[in-house]
Structure formats: structure tokens, C-alpha cells
Design a binder for this molecule. Structure first.
Ligand code: GLY
Length: 576
């Protein structure tokens, strides 16, 4: 059956392969360096730093600060992130965790108590002061710079500062995010008073900017000026932190200056998995679920093909959906901050465990999934941003950063324009209830003071086993769909040998165990949908997106950068 299935998977794409005589505008090639982010302005700023002699880490810091300006709905100083990087000289992968932590006042029963008090409007883990985790973003960036950078923070902050003064260009994705946020302001009119600053500034009191308008952020420019002058102390010990704590408390939260002063970046050991003996996948460990779920999914797929000799062909999508469901069921049950919960990483990423699960996968059948119903619809991508950087010395940075939902908690730390995250919703804030992304989560991810909420962010490197050379760096935004999109792009490259542009623009699907449905990001190719239905899967009518940024390293030394056309990013390279 379906000899054309794999082709359909790839050809059902934004830019059909047949038309791609030349690279599309969201692909760039270089031999001396590359930045692929979801903002053309941020990529250009990063590439300029490479051209000025900065290394990949310098460029990553400049890119991230520029994203804080140009993608206010996705990332910024009020959020946090993860970096996974390759140090070429030492041939070593290093992982830094600068995820938000729960404030000291955020106890396990806090959200239950707030719910019991009732109150109008959206869940307190989504909007308002209680949604805010202690931001780790600036601590992370300055740690990256201190350990691996070569240029001063002042120089790296300057382009972002100028972008904040001159304004970033409003693109379609940004306007979509504004429209979605305004729909919530209309649904709950009390938000206009509670979170007036965001409404009156970036959201234009209900009239957001037009396509192509420049959006200036003078308040954030002032924050960047203080950071350029005083470094992280301006935030964790100084006036910016004061503004953050004041804003969080005025919006009903508990976050204090003490929480900010206590914030620490953590170094972690990456998750590793070998796929079909040929590629080593190196990805983000807990408190992200990304590396564990990617390793578990690929291990199951590998085991299915290797041990059972089945599904390694057109039927693979069924096996892939089943593998996703196993990985997300384990995510729900076992994963959380390893500093607080006993997370069985070794068992979940063990190949023998995958073999056990692979044996349960049968053609024409899905396993009985429990009858949990009423699962909330996840929002679209918007609260996260990923970028990749490579320099001409072989250093590679993959950095995913987030404020969680679009425009985070809606709370703005005035007068600095810092939009504060709603990362507390990534905890199992209301046990048994789906979160913003429709995820049901377990005890390991319960709220506790100082704990980091479970994430799906998956900065990932792929190495060729034969010569230990990096072949791909990638990551994504899109909540739990980050994990499944990273898996599918890896498969498109290492197994289907597709060029990077096709690997990224191809239709993608997603299953997160609950709700028990397969989501596509566009109308699925009919044969693929029929085949999944024949195997017992429900196909959702809802469309769910994820946004991938990647750099591929070709054997001839070319770096191919690609920014997913779904969000309007562009890669940039230093001039030759
Ligand atoms: N806030 C999105 C994530 O960390 O998965």
C-alpha cells in the first residue's frame, strides 16, 4: 500500500520540493558562520557579531537580547531558557539550565487554594502574578558569556538597545500573537485593568500595529542600557529586579527580590541516544522532558524496525505515533525537576525499555488509552523561541528560551517594559487538570518553592557516530510539539535524506498521549490520515504548529541554516 506515502509526507509542504530550484528565502548557506532564529533582525544582529570577530557564544547572547526586543510575545528578560552547546576545542557538549524557578511563596497547594477562593477570569497559573516564575534569562546569558564568550556584554547589548530604540518590524506572526492576546482581553474585560500596561503599549489598546510598522520599545531600551552598564546585578540585585518583584506582587503574586537574589544557573548532563547505530542524538535533560522523550521515541522506533522488521517503511507513521504516546505517557508520570523528584532518566532512555514498548506496537491497533476527557485545547506556538548559532571554529550553540504562553503572564515590569513569564503553568499546578498545552502532569512536577517546572524545550545536536562530527543542530518552539517536531526533522534528515528546507517545511504531526488524538499542523495528506485511522488513531480537526530552527553541517564544510517558514524567521550568515 501507499508507495507515495513518504513522498506525500514531505511534499505536503509549505514550499513543494519541485519548485525549489534555488534555496527559499528562509534558507542560507555559508562556510564561516550562521545564525538561524525566528526573527530576521535578531539573526542579522547575531551574524554581525560573528563578522566582528565574536564567537558563537557572543553571537548567541547578542541574538537572544535582540529576540527580547523583536519577539516580545515569545521570549525576553522576564523568561528563562536552556543552552546546549558544542565546544569544538574540547569536543565536549555543555548544557546550561537557566529555567525559571518557583518563588519561595509558591507552595504545592497554592493554586488549589487560589482556585478554591474562586474569582473571575482565567486560571491564576496562566495570567497574573501567581503565574510568574523567577526569571533566569539574564543569569543564563551572562553565565554563557563569562564561561565561553570573548566580547564584553556592553558591545553585545548595543545592537538590541538600538533595535529597541528604532523599533522592530511587525510581521504576520507578531500580529497573529497580538490578535490572539486581544481576544483574551475581550473575553475577560477585567484584564484591561489588571494588565493595562501590555494592553496600552504593545497591544495598542485594541489596535495593534499594522504589518510592516516599526514597534519601538524605549522602556526596554532603558533596561538594556542598565544591563550594559551594570551586568546581571542590574536585574538580580538592582532596579530591574525591584521592578519585577513590584509588578509580580501588584498582580497578586509572591515573587520577591530575595527570590531574584537566590536565583542560580545550573549545569546539567545531556541525554544521549544512538539511532540505528549511525547517529548520536544529544539533547536537553530534566527539568526538560525534551531529551528523555526524544531518546525514548527514537529508541522505540529503532527497536521496532530492528527487532521486529516491521513498520520500517510506509507504515512507520503509525509506529511513530505510538512511540510518541509512550514517551508522553512516561513524561506525565515520571518527569519533573531532578533536584526535587527522583526522575528515572536512565530507565526511560534505556534501549531495552524501548524494546519492551516496541513489542506492544501492532499494525491496525492502538493500545487502550484511559478515558480522561475534557482536555483543553492547546494554544498555538508563541511563548517560546529557539535559535542556533555556529562559528568558523566549530563551536555550536542551540538555545531555546521562553516566557511560556504568548506574552507570558501579561504582567509588565514597569518602567522597563519587561514582560514576565507564566512558567508556573508548566508545573502540575492543578493536579489531574490539563495545563495551557493540554498536558496532564504528575507528582514529580508538583509546585514547590525553588523548583523548576518541567519543560519540553529541546535544544539538540546530532553527531555522526562514524567520525563523531556534528551533522545537525536544531530546536523548536511550540510547547510539547517541540519534542515531536525535533524527532520528525531528525528523521527527515538522517533517515529520509531530505534537504534541510524540505525536512523542516514538511507537514508534521503530534501525539502527546492525552488527549488521545493525532494533531497535524495542516491538512494531512489523505493517504497518511487514512493509514493512521486504519491503525486505530483519531485524527484531530484542530491544527497545532511548531517552529523549528536548524543548521545542518554538510561534509564539504557548508553550513546550511534554516528558519522555519511557519514563523517568518530568516537565517543570516556573516558576509564572506
Ligand atoms: N514553556 C514551554 C516549555 O518550557 O516547554
Amino acid at each position: 500500500m501507499r508507495p507515495k506515502l513518504m513522498a506525500l509526507l514531505l511534499i505536503g509542504s509549505v514550499f513543494p520540493a519541485a519548485l525549489l530550484a534555488a534555496d527559499p528565502p528562509w534558507v542560507a548557506r555559508s562556510r564561516i558562520g550562521m545564525v538561524a532564529s525566528d526573527s530576521p533582525e535578531a539573526s542579522r544582529i547575531g551574524a554581525d557579531i560573528l563578522a566582528a570577530g565574536g564567537n558563537a557564544f557572543d553571537a548567541a547572547v547578542a541574538t537572544s537580547l535582540a529576540l527580547a526586543v523583536a519577539r516580545p510575545h515569545s521570549t525576553g528578560l522576564g523568561g528563562g531558557g536552556f543552552m546546549l552547546a558544542y565546544l569544538a576545542k574540547e569536543q565536549r557538549v555543555v548544557v546550561l539550565d537557566f529555567r525559571e524557578t518557583a518563588p519561595a511563596g509558591a507552595t504545592a497547594d497554592r493554586f488549589a487554594k487560589l482556585q478554591a477562593q474562586g474569582g473571575d477570569g482565567p486560571s491564576p497559573s496562566i495570567y497574573g502574578g501567581n503565574a510568574i516564575g523567577v526569571p533566569g534569562q539574564l543569569a543564563g546569558l551572562t553565565e554563557i558569556l563569562k564561561r565561553f564568550g570573548s566580547l564584553p556584554l556592553k558591545q553585545l547589548a548595543q545592537p538590541a538597545l538600538e533595535l529597541a530604540q528604532t523599533g522592530f518590524v511587525a510581521d504576520e506572526h507578531y500580529l497573529d500573537a497580538c490578535t490572539a492576546a486581544l481576544a483574551d482581553y475581550e473575553k475577560w474585560p477585567q484584564l484591561k485593568q489588571r494588565h493595562a500596561r501590555l494592553y496600552e503599549t504593545l497591544l495598542g489598546k485594541g489596535t495593534p500595529p499594522k504589518l510592516g510598522d516599526r514597534v519601538k520599545r524605549p522602556d526596554l531600551a532603558e533596561a538594556l542600557r542598565l544591563i550594559a552598564k551594570d551586568g546581571p546585578d542590574a536585574f538580580y540585585q538592582g532596579p530591574l529586579g525591584e521592578a519585577v518583584a513590584r509588578a509580580a506582587q501588584a498582580a497578586g503574586g509572591t515573587l520577591t527580590r530575595g527570590d531574584l537574589a537566590a536565583y542560580r544557573v545550573r549545569e546539567r548532563e545531556p541525554i544521549r541516544a544512538v539511532y540505528r547505530d549511525s547517529y548520536e542524538i544529544v539533547s536537553m535533560p530534566p527539568p526538560s522532558s525534551g531529551g528523555v522523550c526524544i531518546a525514548e521515541t527514537l529508541n522505540i522506533l529503532d527497536a521496532v524496525s530492528l527487532y521486529t522488521k516491521r513498520y520500517f517503511g510506509p507504515e512507520q507513521p503509525h509506529a511513530l505515533v505510538e512511540a510518541m504516546k509512550h514517551a508522553f505517557a512516561d513524561r506525565a508520570r515520571w518527569l519533573g525537576d531532578p533536584d526535587f523528584a527522583d526522575v528515572p532518566v536512565k530507565r526511560l532512555t534505556d534501549y531495552n525499555y524501548a524494546v519492551q514498548l516496541a513489542r506492544w506496537i501492532e499494525a491496525g491497533k492502538t493500545l487502550a488509552s484511559s478515558s480522561y476527557g475534557g482536555v483543553a485545547a492547546p494554544p498555538d506556538d508563541g511563548g517560546t523561541s529557539h535559535f542556533c548559532v555556529a562559528d568558523n571554529n566549530g563551536n555550536i550553540v542551540a538555545l531555546t528560551e521562553t516566557i511560556n504562553g504568548p506574552f507570558g503572564s501579561l504582567v509588565v515590569a514597569e518602567p522597563y517594559g519587561i514582560i514576565l513569564n507564566n512558567q508556573m503553568d508548566d508545573f502540575a499546578a492543578n493536579p489531574g487538570q490539563p495545563n495551557l498545552y493540554g498536558l496532564i502532569q504528575g507528582e514529580a512536577n508538583a509546585v514547590a518553592p525553588g523548583k523548576r517546572p518541567l519543560s519540553s524545550m529541546s535544544p539538540t545536536l546530532v553527531f555522526r557516530v562514524r567520525d563523531a562530527k556534528p551533522v545537525l543542530v536544531l530546536g523548536a518552539s511550540g510547547g510539547p510539539r517541540i519534542i515531536t517536531s525535533v524527532v520528525q526533522v531528525i528523521l527527515n534528515i538522517v533517515e529520509r535524506r531530505r534537504p534541510l528546507d524540505e525536512a523542516i517545511s514538511a507537514a508534521r504531526f503530534h501525539h502527546q498521549w492525552l488527549p488521545d488524538e493525532v494533531y497535524f499542523d495542516r491538512e494531512p495528506p489523505r493517504e497518511l490520515a487514512d493509514m493512521l485511522r486504519e491503525n486505530g488513531h483519531q485524527i484531530s480537526e484542530q491544527r497545532k504548529t511548531s517552529i523549528v530552527q536548524a543548521i545542518q553541517f554538510l561534509e564539504d564544510g557548508t553550513m546550511v541554516g534554516a528558519s522555519d517558514p511557519r514563523k517568518g524567521g530568516r537565517p543570516a550568515a556573516p558576509p564572506p
